[in-house]
Design a protein around this ligand. Structure first.
Ligand code: G4P
Length: 528
């Protein structure tokens, strides 16, 4: 795969400095898949094989590989795609594209160094966008914003800047500014150099856009009122101090903004340049003790995603590891932080969609798929020399609960195996309820879409038809053994054990019920 590209820089620190590991995040339909393809078109795809979902006559690189995803046109799982661009290695981590299916997205965000947020120019901030911005802020992930679909009528550019500032509290600092309102896109002015680039979609739109730097006086004459408006808006931006500031961008309090149209490849090159020039490289990472692990230290990485049966032809389980420090070499023996046991990395692959390439070496920022790594769990750390422990991945309080059963007694063993598998991958959280017993576990999810995925996979991969009965709870709070005893006296409350970590979760129908119960028992432990 990427040998020649990787070989050109020396030293682990040099290699890490060339890595940009990011995710494109957006509300469904804002253009994430289209942008992924446009980025791949501009860059040289190093580790991509097995295109499965092409738009028009482009190379398809989108990861909707499950039949269900294809049927529903959504992407429910994620992997990584690697490009090279201007001597930089770009790792694009794919995130699920459904508004409800967010737990997996959050985990992917633990493995990136920055994010590109796509906004649909006609829709502005949408619910999923707001949620994702919030997660990025909490995790201090620097975010670049790309206002997409500028080839179609949409909101006013300044109004969009206001919306970002007012509703998410991030200072927008446009790096490019459009000449021509949405739907009348002529090109962009680079705010740092003042250079105007005229842009035109290629005939058919599938190729790189036609771009031409144009003298400002000539542009003023040619674009008349559009040019005048753009330059007035630029003056306003300068007056309000909306200039790029690297320190606040890295601290996730400001967001550079670019304009374009992914479908026509407009503004995509500018975005790649910003990724190379401004987005953070793979760098020292905080460990659970608070100390930073330097990128050129001994090898370490953590598992942020587990996925089984990605490909029916392979029928295996893949653990996706983000490398944090050192050089990874296929076949090296690493230590599994959770068990202290050695783990051989003979089957290390780069995986995207149906495609798999063997990886021989990789560096901080890269993602490696470890095949048949059944001992590994989400959040586990791997290292070679000195033990390293990365902070546990965030776990989200579930808001949807359903009892899952199978009526087919001959399939019970497969049912159990399937439930264990889905729990291990974090597709759903599995709860044990005293009252229902082992035959009827309770599935808990952050978004209801997770139930659909679980049901689908139990049927398609384990051959088990299941029935889901939704439970009337919406809020979960951690409690303890004493709390469980107290809660036995309350109605409309149930305590269950989360199988993954033996945590006791008290389930309530709504938040005010939780408040009433908490008010009645001041000593009761309830952490939500
Ligand atoms: P997603 O992954 O975020 O869900 O979005 P996706 O890329 O699938 O894009 C959603 C729709 O928006 C697609 O149209 C896509 O072509 C369109 N789109 C994406 N970027 C742009 C853009 O810059 N300008 C315009 N005008 N449209 C854009 P569709 O009709 O749903 O699918 P298709 O038939 O075009 O593939």
């Amino acid at each position: 795969m990427s040998q020649n590209v990787l070989a050109s820089a020396t030293g682990v620190a040099g290699q890490a400095g060339r890595r940009r590991t990011f995710a494109v995040i957006s509300h469904p339909d804002a253009g994430k898949s289209t942008m992924t393809e446009a980025l791949a078109l501009h860059a040289r795809v190093i580790g991509q094989a097995g295109a499965v979902h092409g738009k028009g006559d482009r190379r398809g690189v989108v990861s909707d590989w499950m039949a269900m995803e294809q049927q529903r046109g959504i992407s429910v799982t994620s992997a990584a795609l690697q490009f090279s661009y201007r001597d930089t290695v770009i790792n694009l981590l794919d995130t699920p594209g459904h508004a409800d299916f967010s737990e997996d997205t959050y985990r992917v965000l633990t493995a990136v160094d920055s994010a590109v947020m796509l906004l649909d120019a006609a829709k502005g901030l949408e619910p999923q966008t707001l949620k994702l911005f919030e997660v990025c802020r909490q995790r201090q992930i620097p975010v670049m914003t790309f206002i997409n679909k500028w080839d179609r009528p949409g909101h006013d550019a300044l109004a969009l800047m206001d919306e970002i500032e007012q509703r998410i509290g991030l200072k927008p600092t446009p790096l490019t500014w459009p000449v021509g309102i949405a739907g009348h896109f002529q090109g962009v002015i680079d705010r740092r150099t003042g250079v105007f680039t005229r842009m035109e979609r290629s005939p058919g739109g599938a190729d790189l856009a036609i771009e031409e730097e144009m003298d400002r006086a000539e542009a003023a004459q040619r674009y008349g009122a559009d040019w005048e408006t753009a330059t007035e808006e630029l003056d306003l931006l300068t007056m309000t101090g909306a200039d790029h500031d690297q320190a606040t961008f890295l601290a996730a309090t400001s967001t550079p903004v670019l304009f374009g149209a992914a479908v026509a490849n407009l503004g995509v090159r500018q975005l790649l340049n910003v990724l190379v020039e401004l987005a953070p490289a793979a760098t020292a990472r905080p460990t659970a003790t608070g100390a930073d692990q330097p990128v050129d230290g001994a090898f370490s990485g953590f598992v942020f995603k587990i996925q089984a049966n990605m490909n029916k032809a392979h029928r295996d389980q893949v653990a996706f590891m983000r490398i944090c420090s050192g050089r990874f070499e296929r076949g090296m023996i690493v230590k599994h932080g959770t068990t202290g046991k050695p783990f051989t990395t003979k089957y290390a692959q780069q995986i995207f969609g149906q495609g798999r390439d063997t990886i021989d070496e990789a560096f901080p920022g890269d993602v490696v798929g470890l095949v048949n790594a059944t001992a590994l769990g989400i959040g586990d750390t791997l290292y070679t020399d000195t033990p390293v422990q990365y902070p546990p991945l965030p776990s989200f309080p579930p808001e949807h609960f359903a009892v899952v059963r199978t009526n087919d007694t001959s399939a019970f063993k497969r049912f159990r195996r399937g439930i264990e598998q889905l729990d291990g991958e974090g597709v759903v959280q599995v709860l044990r309820s005293e009252q229902r017993g082992d035959q009827a576990p309770v599935l808990a999810a952050v978004g209801p879409m997770q139930f659909e995925v679980a049901t689908y996979r139990l049927e398609s991969e384990f051959g088990v038809q299941v029935q889901l009965d939704h439970l009337p709870y919406e809020v979960a709070a951690r409690t303890d053994a004493a709390g469980r005893e107290i809660l036995r006296t309350e109605s409309n409350v149930e305590v269950m054990t989360r199988v993954r970590d033996d945590a006791l979760l008290a389930l309530f129908p709504h938040r005010w019920r939780l408040r009433t119960v908490a008010g009645r028992h001041p000593d009761l432990r309830l952490d939500s």
